[in-house]
Every structure is written in structure tokens, then in C-alpha cells.
Ligand binder design. Structure first.
Ligand code: ADP
Ligand code: MG
Ligand code: MG
Length: 252
């Protein structure tokens, strides 16, 4: 069972010629098979945590460690992280001009598995995964993220998740910009991956509504750049009723 361990993570960004500390000591352990929800007010640093784990160059890790089964994730190149089994779906995914979804997925799968998937079974795998996500087959020929609607981006994330079968998946605001039907389809996709793939999931979200479809094992409240409270699924219900006020006052 793979384990992602984040210990006392501190991260800064450069903004307006000043260095600003955004993450102020994040501690979290995610094991394969577990689902953790990170919830918190806007601006609390949730996306910064996701970007830092992704190795985004804008974010400087000033102290702390991130390991996957003891291996230093922070020293890995972005593609090495993927090969090690860490999947990061970004809140604002980038466009990849001139690369079709189909080619992008096959290249990613090749990088992760160490060999190219057999074309015939691969085409079938992609087709079936797309059907499950209610995606039109023509989507496979579009360029990655070029003109994708919010819902298409999210479906594309879940499609990657289903096909690439990571050990640990970090999903940032997967629920934002989805209507109820799309939210259900995307949630079902995440649940399928959880059931089949033995994935550890870090679900970063501002709103509780996705947690009606995806039951987390653990809920963490994020405020002021760190986890300020942890509990079970009942903590999400409490947040739905009470909001984040009590965590923000004097805090973040
Ligand atoms: P959340 O995802 O919880 O809404 P973010 O991680 O997006 O929070 O942002 C946390 C804080 O860090 C905010 O004050 C935001 O303005 C700042 N921040 C995040 N990324 C950057 C960046 N690339 N440049 C400047 N400031 C940033
Ligand atoms: Mg934000
Ligand atoms: Mg965010």
C-alpha cells in the first residue's frame, strides 16, 4: 500500500516583489484506498498545496518534506511524480496545443507503465472509459484543454484518472463549474476508480456538495495555510451547516 506523507510543509510565493508564506506547516498522510477531503475558505492555500505537490515552479518549498513510500517527491521531476503514481488534476489545467486527447492519454500511459499500451486494447479501453463518462467519441480527437468547457475539463481529468490508475490522486476543485448531472457523472467516475483501482484520493474542495456523492473517510479543515481540524465524514456535515466562520475569525 502506497503512502503519501506530507510533513510540516511550508511554501512561499513571490507576489508584488514580496515573498509571502502561504503554507504554514501542513501535516497529512494519505494511504492508498483512503479518501481525504480538504475543505476550507477561499484563499486558505488549498490550491497552493495542490500546486506544490505538483511541482509548480511558482511555489517555493522553504521547509518540510513530502514522501511517497519514503521516496522524496519534492526532488522528483513532474513526470517522475506521475511515474511514481501521483496524479495531480489542476484547478486550471493548461492547454496542450496540437496534441489530441487520445495521443496525450497514450503518451501519459506509456510514461507511467514504462511501455506503450497495445493499440487495439488501448483504443477499446479509452472508448469504454469515455462512454462511462458520457463523453462524445469525437472528444478523443480534440486538442488537450483547447476550448474545453469547465465540465469537459473535469471529465477529461476523470478520464485520465480511470485510464492512468495512479496510487495517489490529488483533485483540486473537481466540483467547481459543474451542473448537477455533470457532478454526478464525475463523482461516479471517482467512485469507480476508488472501488477498482485502490487509489488514495485527496479531494480539495470549497463546497460540501460533491461529498454527497463521494463519502470521504477523513475530512480536514484548511485555514490560514494549514490543517486546523480533522475528523470523519460528519465534519463535512457540520461545515455545510456552520460554514467556515469559526475557523477564519482571527485566523486566516
Ligand atoms: P485556495 O485554493 O484555498 O482558495 P490559494 O492556494 O489559491 O487558496 O491561495 C492562497 C493565497 O495565496 C491567496 O492569498 C493567493 O492570493 C495566494 N497565491 C496563491 N498562488 C499565488 C501566486 N501564484 N502568486 C501570488 N499569490 C498567490
Ligand atoms: Mg481559490
Ligand atoms: Mg483553490
Amino acid at each position: 500500500m502506497a503512502t503519501l506523507e506530507i510533513r510540516d510543509l511550508h511554501v512561499t510565493v513571490e507576489a508584488d516583489n514580496a515573498t509571502k508564506e502561504i503554507l504554514k506547516g501542513v501535516d497529512l498522510t494519505v494511504k492508498q484506498g483512503e479518501t481525504h477531503a480538504i475543505m476550507g475558505p477561499n484563499g486558505s492555500g488549498k490550491s497552493t498545496l495542490a500546486y506544490s505537490l505538483a511541482g509548480h515552479p511558482k511555489y517555493t518549498i522553504t521547509s518540510g518534506t513530502v514522501t511517497l513510500d519514503g521516496e522524496n517527491v519534492l526532488e522528483m521531476e513532474v513526470d517522475e511524480r506521475a511515474r511514481a503514481g501521483v496524479f495531480l488534476a489542476m484547478q486550471y489545467p493548461v492547454e496542450v496545443p496540437g496534441v489530441s486527447v487520445s495521443n496525450f492519454l497514450r503518451t501519459s500511459a506509456t510514461a507511467i507503465r514504462g511501455e506503450a499500451p497495445k493499440l487495439r486494447t488501448w483504443v477499446k479501453e479509452v472508448k469504454e472509459a469515455m462512454e462511462r463518462l458520457n463523453m462524445d467519441p469525437s472528444f478523443a480527437e480534440r486538442n488537450v484543454n483547447e476550448g474545453f468547457s469547465g465540465g469537459e475539463k473535469k471529465r477529461h481529468e476523470i478520464l485520465q484518472l480511470e485510464l492512468l490508475k495512479p496510487k495517489i490522486a490529488i483533485l483540486d476543485e473537481t466540483d467547481s463549474g459543474l451542473d448537477v448531472d455533470a457532478l454526478r457523472i464525475v463523482s461516479e467516475g471517482i467512485n469507480r476508480v476508488r472501488e477498482n483501482g485502490d487509489v488514495g484520493t485527496l479531494l480539495v474542495t470549497h463546497y460540501t456538495r460533491i461529498l454527497r456523492y463521494i463519502k470521504p473517510d477523513y475530512v480536514h479543515v484548511f485555514a490560514g495555510g494549514r490543517i486546523v481540524e480533522s475528523g470523519g465524514a460528519e465534519l463535512a456535515d457540520q461545515l455545510e451547516n456552520e460554514g467556515y466562520d469559526k475557523y477564519v475569525k482571527g485566523g486566516a
